[in-house]
Ligand binder design. Structure first.
Ligand code: MN
Length: 304
C-alpha cells in the first residue's frame, strides 16, 4: 500500500481513467514503455519489480544508438495495472494528455535489481516488441537535497544496437503495440480502438498454399566482436554455401541466398534426402532445417 501512496496522492481517481491499482506480492518481470504526450512529450519506462512498476520518464525517449545517453527522471512507482493503460488523462490532472503503450515485454536484470536500484546502476536486457538487447540505467550524481533522481538510459553495444545514422526507432515505430494506434488516433478517440489492427492482420498466418517462390533469408551482420549480452550462442562458421531448400509438390529446389536456382550444382543425394523426409517446407541456413509433416514443432536437421 505504502509503495503506491505517492502515485495515488497525485491523482484524483474520480476524474482520471488511470487505474487506482494495488501493490502486488508477485515477482514478475514485465516492462512497458508508454509514450506520453503531456505538457511535454516523453516516454515512461516502467520495470516491474516486487509487485509495482518502477518508473522513469525518459524525456527524449530511448535510443538504439550505443552510448547515446537519454535522461531518465525517476518518478513514483506505478501499479502493475498501469502497464495496460492507454487513453487520455483529463487536462488539469497530473500528467494530463495522451498515453500510448509504445512497447512491452520482459526485462532481465543481470544482477540483483534491488541492489542495483540502491547503488544507482541497473544492467538489463529488454525483450520487447520494439526494444531488445542490453541496456544500462545509471543514476547521475546529484545534490543530496535534490527532489528528483536523474538517471541515464543507455543502449549497450550488441546486435540490437543501431549506428548513429540509422532510422530512429521512435520515428520508425510510433504506433501502439496494444492497438496499433498513433498518439493522434488516441487523442481523437480515446476509447475506441480499431477492431482489426494492422499489426493483427500482419500476424495472420498465410494459407499453406501460398508458399512463396523465394523467402529472402535473414543475413548475418559483420561485427568486430561477439555481443556481450546473455542469450547468445556461438558456432564456428565453416566456409561453404548457404542454401534454402524449397519443397513444393514433391519437387526440391535449392536456392542461393539471393534466390538463384542451384539445384543442379548438388548431387541428387541432397535432393533425394530432402524428398525422402516427405516434408512440406524446409529452410537451410548453414544447416538444413526441415519442417516435417509431423508438425510445425518437429524439426529435423541434416548437416549441409
Ligand atoms: Mn509520464
Amino acid at each position: 500500500m505504502a509503495k503506491l501512496a505517492p502515485y495515488r496522492k497525485k491523482r484524483d481517481f474520480s476524474t482520471t481513467a488511470e487505474p487506482r491499482g494495488t501493490a502486488k506480492s508477485t515477482s514478475g518481470n514485465s516492462f512497458v514503455i508508454q509514450k506520453h504526450a503531456a505538457r511535454r512529450l516523453h516516454y515512461d519506462l516502467r520495470l516491474e519489480l516486487d509487485g509495482v512498476m518502477r518508473s522513469w520518464a525518459v524525456t527524449r525517449g530511448p535510443s538504439l544508438v550505443t552510448g547515446e545517453k537519454r535522461l531518465a527522471v525517476r518518478v513514483e512507482d506505478h501499479p502493475l495495472d498501469y502497464a495496460t493503460f492507454e487513453g487520455t488523462i483529463p487536462k488539469g490532472q497530473y500528467g494530463g494528455g495522451t498515453v500510448l503503450v509504445w512497447d512491452r515485454g520482459t526485462w532481465l536484470p543481470s544482477a540483483d535489481p534491488r541492489k542495483g536500484l540502491a547503488k544507482g546502476h541497473l544492467e538489463f536486457e529488454l525483450h520487447g516488441e520494439k526494444l531488445t538487447g542490453a541496456w544500462d540505467l545509471v543514476r547521475m550524481h546529484g545534490k543530496k537535497d535534490e527532489k528528483r533522481e536523474n538517471w541515464l538510459l543507455i543502449k549497450r553495444e550488441d546486435s540490437a544496437a543501431r549506428p548513429a545514422n540509422a532510422t530512429d526507432i521512435l520515428e520508425e515505430r510510433p504506433e501502439s503495440v496494444a492497438t496499433d494506434r498513433t498518439i493522434e488516433d488516441i487523442a481523437a478517440a480515446p476509447t475506441a480502438p480499431k477492431p482489426a489492427s494492422k499489426a493483427c492482420r500482419a500476424k495472420a498466418k498465410p494459407a499453406a498454399s501460398t508458399l512463396p517462390a523465394f523467402i529472402e533469408p535473414m543475413l548475418a551482420t559483420l561485427a568486430a566482436k561477439p555481443p556481450a549480452a546473455r542469450g547468445w550462442i556461438h558456432e564456428i562458421k565453416f566456409d561453404g554455401y548457404r542454401l534454402q531448400a524449397r519443397i513444393a509438390a514433391g519437387r526440391v529446389t535449392l536456392l542461393t541466398r539471393s534466390g538463384l536456382d542451384w539445384t543442379r550444382k548438388f548431387g541428387t543425394n541432397v535432393t533425394d534426402a530432402l524428398k525422402a523426409l516427405a516434408v512440406d517446407t524446409a529452410i537451410i541456413d548453414g544447416e538444413i532445417v526441415v519442417e516435417t509433416r509431423a508438425g510445425a514443432s518437429d524439426f529435423s536437421a541434416l548437416q549441409a
